[in-house]
Design a protein around this ligand. Structure first.
Ligand code: NAP
Length: 438
């Protein structure tokens, strides 16, 4: 019997558990750890609340979680309550599926001003992540600036633009829904340091901006490259750019019918955030493309900004003793292997890119590596205590472990508390989750 500990119960964690089950059949026991008492990581706290169809993949993870040889071990923080070294002593293999929970820092003067947030915090706020539920962003100003031109920037801009009715059927937490309903934001700027051909937005998600009830997307036609240049783009990006072209073609008369504007501002790199305590404006430098990179031209200007959300990517949390690639912001690894017996998957392995589905092949390839390490003898004989060893240590340290059965009780309580038409009302603090289990 081989024992595997997976740290993190998001998509990367559960796809790896699934791969371990399929590969090793009944010769494996898998414990999936999470520091929260609830599973599914980014499916719960990252994927936008109005994208419920994407969240449906958690049913697949539930099937894995409910099988005999996989266990959910919630409310246990590896690195705080238990070290990686201790875990490696208990399990044959440890897989880090910890994602990339920290914002890549916006390293400019004024980044610490009030009402400036990274996307991890802002997305966590509207998704009810216990760490960020108290964020309380001020939405009473007129202009929000969203920095970055990826899918997270799109999520944030869309959430800021939607009406209460447009959140029907979503699981946005009520504190965010109420704040958004009272929002006075009329202009949402999506700020990119490069041009329309360099956006990281996928077509389906970008297209949604064209169908909003109260907000209209706006692209300045002169900012777009000549149409014939689109032919060189890969098909997905070409489709995204075609959305930008259709936004540029929306007549003023049609835009005037909607009280909110989503303005795309290209070729402008953030230089400083201006304000006393709270942000009031963002200073940007116009850029030009040099070999695909944004280079400053020296010309600066200011955009008023009452709220700034920086959506410029994420970093993995380093763990003492585990080699870390500082530049890439993830664990140093060779195709998922850090060293025989210690592996990483998902964003902790490749950095913050790709869709939920990208994690599936990641999980399978790491289990393949593990299989090779078992076959070569690199993991030693199968003598580790696994679950039994962890349970003994958990009892000794009085850890309050939340099981999958407990989670199902928490989930039922969240479903019972749902607003009409919503799938659930999430608990936003850990104590409330733990109470609901009882
Ligand atoms: P991303 O796709 O890497 O986009 C990051 C954006 O930030 C880029 O436009 C980048 O511009 C910009 N940026 C980086 N550093 C900057 C700086 N210092 N100043 C100004 N701009 C800067 O990252 P993401 O949006 O965080 O998304 C992460 C991953 O999750 C992606 O794979 C995304 O597709 C996925 N995701 C998917 C969905 C969905 O499918 N519905 C939703 C959310 C997220 P440059 O290109 O110039 O570097």
């Amino acid at each position: 019997m081989r024992h595997i500990a997976i740290i993190g119960s998001g998509p990367a964690g559960y796809y790896t558990a699934e791969a371990a089950q399929k590969t090793f059949d009944d010769n494996v026991r898998v414990d999936v750890f999470d520091r929260l008492p609830v599973p599914y990581g980014l499916i719960r706290t990252g994927v936008a609340p109005d994208h419920q169809s994407i969240k449906g993949v958690s049913k697949r993870y539930e099937k894995v979680a409910l099988s005999e040889n996989v266990r959910f071990v919630g409310n246990v923080s590896i690195g705080e309550q238990l070290s990686i070294e201790e875990l490696r002593g208990l399990y044959d293999a440890v897989v880090l599926a910890t994602g990339a929970p920290h914002d890549r820092p916006l390293d400019i003067p004024g980044a610490n001003l009030g009402n400036v947030f990274g996307s991890a915090a802002f997305v966590g706020w509207y998704n009810g992540h216990p760490q960020f539920a108290e964020l309380d962003p001020d939405l009473q100003g007129r202009t929000a600036v969203v920095i970055g031109m990826g899918n997270v920037a799109l999520d944030v801009a869309r959430i800021l633009a939607k009406t209460r009715a447009e959140f029907a059927g979503s699981d946005i937490v009520t504190h965010a829904l109420d704040a958004l309903q009272a929002s006075r934001i009329e202009r949402i700027v999506i700020l990119g340091r490069r041009g329309p051909h360099q956006i990281m937005m996928t077509p389906k998600e970008l297209g949604e901006l064209g169908d909003l009830e109260q907000a209209s997307p706006h692209v300045v036609p002169a900012d777009l490259p000549a149409p014939e240049e689109d032919a060189l783009l890969e098909p997905g990006l070409r489709k995204s750019v075609s959305h930008l072209r259709s936004f540029a073609a929306i007549p003023d008369s049609q835009r005037a019918g909607k009280p909110k504007a989503i303005d795309f501002v290209f070729m402008s790199s953030p230089k400083a955030l201006i304000g006393d305590d709270k942000v009031e404006a963002i200073e940007v430098e116009r850029t030009q493309l040099v070999h695909g990179r944004a280079e400053g031209t020296g010309e600066t200007y200011r955009i008023p900004a009452d709220l700034v959300v920086s959506c410029i990517g994420y970093r993995t949390s380093p763990i003492p003793g585990v080699p870390f690639d500082e530049r890439a912001g993830r664990f140093a690894n060779d195709e998922g292997r850090i060293t025989p017996g210690l592996y990483c998957v998902g964003w902790a392995r490749r950095g913050p890119s790709g869709t939920i589905g990208t994690n599936r092949p990641d999980g399978y390839s790491v289990i393949e590596k593990m299989g090779e390490d078992i076959a070569s003898g690199a993991l030693g004989p199968a003598r580790k205590p696994g679950r039994a060893g962890f349970d003994a240590l958990a009892a000794e340290r009085k850890l309050d472990v939340v099981t999958f059965r407990d989670w199902k009780k928490i989930e039922e309580a969240e479903e019972r508390a749902a607003r009409e038409g919503a799938p659930r009302e999430k608990f936003v603090d850990i104590e409330a989750m733990i109470r609901a289990r009882r």
